[in-house]
Each structure stands twice: as C-alpha cells, then as structure tokens.
Design a protein around this ligand. Sequence first.
Ligand code: IPE
Ligand code: IPE
Ligand code: MG
Length: 248
Amino acid sequence: MKEEKEIDPDRLPSHVAIIMDGNGRWAQRHAMGRVLGHRKGAESVRAAVTTCRKIGIRYLTLYAFSMENWLRPQTEVRALMKLLEEYLDEEVQEMMDQDIRLTAIGRLDSIGEPVLSKLREGMDRTRNNKTMVLTLALSYGGQDEILDACRRMMGDVAAGRIGADEVDRERFASYLYTAGLPDPDLLIRTGGEYRISNFLLWQMAYTEFYFTDTLWPDFRERHLLKAIADYQQRERRFGMTSEQVRRK
Ligand code: IPE
Ligand code: IPE
Ligand code: MG
C-alpha cells in the first residue's frame, strides 16, 4: 500500500472529482437501512475534504446527488436532503477555519428549502477563501448541464451579444456550471461500478479514471492516497506520442 510519503508533491492532481458510490450496499452488508449508509458516507466526505486540504489538492468536486437520484423513494430523498442540511450546519465554520471555499453545481433551484438557503449562505460566507475549492454536485446531470449551457448561449447569440462564429470550446465551457473550474485531472469512483453516471461529461474529456471496489463509507485517507499514487504512475499523453510527452 502506498503511504503518504510516496506521493510526489510536485505532481499532485490539481482537481480531484469523486463519485461517492456504495452507501446502500455498505448499509445492507451491515444489516442497516440505506439511510444509515448515507450517514456513514458523510463521515467519508469529511475525511476526503481533510485529506485533500492537508496534502494540497486545490479543487475537490464531490458527486453528492444526481438528477437521476430524484427517482429514488421519497423517504430516501428526504433523508439525503436532511443529511446535506446537517453537513452544512456543521461544516461551514470548519471551512472558514480551513480557508476552504464552498461552491455547488447542478440545478440548485430544485433543492428545496431550507437546504437551498443554507447552501447559498455557506457559499456566500466562504466565497473569499483561497486554499481549496470544494464543489458539491447537487441535483446534477452532465447532459442537463450541457443543455442548460446551450440554451443560455443560444440566447446570447439570438440577442447579438456573441456571434455564432465566436463559439469555441473555451467560450462554450464558460456557460457550464463549472465555469472557472479547471477540468478534473483524476476521477475516483468507489463502489465497484464502471460507469460515470452522467457526471461532468464535457469536463472529463481527458480525465484519468480510477475505479475501486471500496464502498464509499469505508473510503479513508489511505484509499485516497492510493488513488493519487496510481494517478502519478500514469503518462498523460493528450493525443501525443510518449516520446513527445517526455521531451516536453
Ligand atoms: C451513493 O450511494 C450515494 C448517492 C447516490 C446519493 P448509493 O446510495 O448509490 O449506494 P448503492 O449504490 O445503492 O450501494
Ligand atoms: C451516482 O451514483 C450518483 C452519486 C454518487 C451521487 P448512483 O448510485 O446514483 O449511480 P447509478 O444509478 O448506479 O449509475
Ligand atoms: Mg449507487
């Protein structure tokens, strides 16, 4: 197992994104209800934020609730919103102490009150923090994000604010919820599934993927460090040859 000392501080991923999956199965294995799995998962969120802040990751993005997750039983959806509320109540002060900025991506308006106000308050309070940006993907869907961007951009084209010929990748990305965030360098998915479940479709064009069977409630610092060590073994070629990359 790679330990912290084996991580090269000069080659850290700038942006780590995580699909936090496996809470339900963790609960089932421990003969508990799914909601207790989510509660346990919130502890892993705290651990991941602490570790990333400690080792110097600049951007951490967590997939906390997908558009598709609205299809889950009402009781589970309500419990997840309640957990998010508790998380915000408990952690925003900690983010202030740790100089962490909180942001969120997704169709935030679908998140009901009082959670939405607490989320907006948390983002507002932490807006000038600089050491790390923690982004929560909430009511998030990658296809919806692209569609929302298209709609807003087409509005600007129709109003003559931009010309259709000015639309390039950079311009398009400025309409996404993630405008201003760099693309993820490393995506981690816990829980053993090999899919991206509608997460950051545009932004992950050249992201390195790391899949682990570890269920999210069991995911701790050593698992994260192992994923980063694995990332550091890879050669990111971006279409070039290995020789070209090494010469650069
Ligand atoms: C991830 O765990 C948490 C959310 C999607 C909100 P799951 O609840 O999907 O856990 P499994 O996949 O059923 O084990
Ligand atoms: C992905 O997990 C979404 C989050 C982790 C928030 P799911 O458990 O909802 O994914 P699928 O439905 O199995 O692909
Ligand atoms: Mg799941």
